[in-house]
Design a protein around this ligand. Structure first.
Ligand SMILES: C=C(O[C@H]1C=CC=C(C(=O)O)[C@@H]1O)C(=O)O
Ligand SMILES: [Mg+2]
Length: 462
């Protein structure tokens, strides 16, 4: 260990005993630096906290957060982005924070997500995932480049005994940081079913009718697949597979209650670090080729395909406008480039800017969600179309998931290429952007390819 354990213990003990005299619960947060830790082992070792764990790795793999146990959970329904920020600010106002590093993603950090559309009526599938839920983990592991940090976040109540608390948490965190990833027992796939495939094509057709009569410009439509298993499917082994196979993607797993929402999404919504903002336009898709020359030809065709360029441009125009409203020095390249993944390649345009004073990451998330890569254009009309015709509840699929810290840093991705794990079943989601020239059969095929990363990670048939 880089810092001697006894020094850290002393800091922790001091933080617990030196808190202000309080009448209400108070957050105490203490960060230390460690030698490297097995991040998935840390996640697995926290199994007594199942339902309150999160795993997150950024697409460039230089940043990982693992949260275990909840010190505090924020849920909100109305005004969910604003309310979350307000609750977070209130809690931090009274907090005792000991963090000499101030590295992004250390100290008090909130992780979680938001549902796609709070106005769509629920059907029970997403009962564990409310319209907004972020939590501050009790035990937070942060991997930042080559460095590893551990933050303990504890809500202390007026009558808590610091001695007792101190003994419990020091024992627990030592258990977590010494965890080693263990391969889970084999769970077989017993069924794999596409949900309402014919209806999906009909809805795409209906959407193109609406577009041709100028009721909407673009709408993103999705469908589900259900994979069943011989036994409960654990998130850690799925995360491990995704990390191995899905490069250039954010790998995430959010547990809540008895469910876990897991995925490997290539699509950043927004990242803020030191006030610099990055957003991503990712829309327009072809498969990867079987040979290098086929692959190149497919990519070249994508870069020149009118229909895909139109799909992409709806996203660029909207994100550019939203970012211009809250940033200075906005930069948007003139033309997209290719973003290759294992099974697919997309059109990609990065957007950057410097955040204006007083704008928070959650303000930007609220402005951007949903972009026309997930919802459509115009926003309200396309959402209304999805609400009315899509025959299932998206829950957190295609929604912002991510984290933010107390230094105004954070990142949200949109949760596509994802699945909701529920004991011995997984519900997978896949969608595609529908524009005037969309063909129902081709869009159906595109969603079939977008299922592949999750099917493969779950051990299903491709
Ligand atoms: C909605 C999804 O993908 C979006 C992101 C990239 C490309 C897309 C497309 O080409 O249709 C979609 O807009 C999904 O994978 O479920
Ligand atoms: Mg598409």
């Amino acid at each position: 260990m880089i810092e001697t354990t006894s020094y850290y213990h002393e800091k922790l003990y001091k933080a617990l005993s030196n808190r202000k005299h309080i009448e209400k619960p108070q957050l105490v947060s203490v960060t230390t630096k460690l030698d490297s830790v097995d991040s998935l082992g840390f996640f697995q070792a926290g199994k007594v906290y199942q339902g309150e764990r999160v795993y997150w790795t950024s697409a460039d793999t230089t940043f990982t957060l693992v949260g275990v146990g909840s010190a505090y959970t924020f849920e909100a329904d109305r005004n969910r982005f604003f309310s979350t920020r307000q609750m977070w600010n209130d809690l931090l106002g009274d907090a005792v924070v000991l963090n000499p590093y101030e590295i992004p993603g250390t100290g008090p950090v909130a992780l979680g997500g938001f549902s796609f559309d709070p106005l769509k009526e629920g059907d029970g599938t997403w009962e564990d995932f409310p319209n907004s839920k972020v939590f501050i983990p009790m035990y937070l592991l942060t991997e930042w480049g080559e460095d590893t940090y551990l933050t303990l976040n504890l809500m202390i109540h007026p009558n808590d005994n610091e001695e007792e608390l101190y003994n419990i948490v020091t024992k627990e965190y030592q258990n977590l940081i010494s965890g080693r990833y263990k391969e889970e027992e084999r769970v077989e796939v017993t069924g794999q079913e596409e949900i309402l495939p014919a209806e999906f094509k009909q809805i795409v057709s209906k959407a193109t009718d609406h577009i041709k009569t100028d009721q909407i410009g673009k709408v993103v439509l999705a469908r589900e697949m259900v994979v069943s298993f011989s036994d409960d499917r654990k998130a850690a082994s799925v995360v491990r597979k995704l990390k191995e196979e899905q490069t250039q993607s954010y790998i995430f797993a959010f547990e809540s209650g008895d469910s876990c929402f897991v995925g490997a999404t290539p699509e950043r919504l927004v990242k803020v670090e030191n006030n610099e903002l990055l957003s991503t336009c990712l829309a327009g898709t072809v498969p990867r080729g079987k040979t290098p020359s086929e692959d190149e030809a497919l990519g070249e065709a994508l870069l020149n395909d009118e229909k895909n360029l139109q799909e992409h441009d709806f996203v660029v125009q909207m994100i550019k406008e939203a970012v211009t409203g809250c940033c200075e020095n906005v930069h948007v390249p003139d033309a997209p480039v290719l973003y290759p993944l294992r099974n697919l390649q997309h059109l990609y345009t990065p957007v950057s800017g410097t955040l204006k004073d007083g704008v928070s990451l959650l303000d930007v998330v609220e402005r951007l969600h949903p972009t026309p890569a997930l919802g459509g254009y115009p926003r309200e009309d396309s959402l209304q179309f999805i609400r009315e015709y899509e025959p299932f509840h998206r829950g957190w699929y295609a929604s912002p998931v991510g984290w933010f810290d107390s230094y105004q840093n954070g990142e949200f991705a949109v949760a596509i290429r994802s699945a909701l794990l529920k004991k011995d079943e997984a519900v997978l989601f896949s969608g595609c952007g529908v524009v005037e020239d969309s063909d129902p059969e081709e869009e159906y095929q595109e969603t079939a390819v977008k299922f592949l990363p999750m099917i493969h990670a779950l051990g299903g048939k491709e």
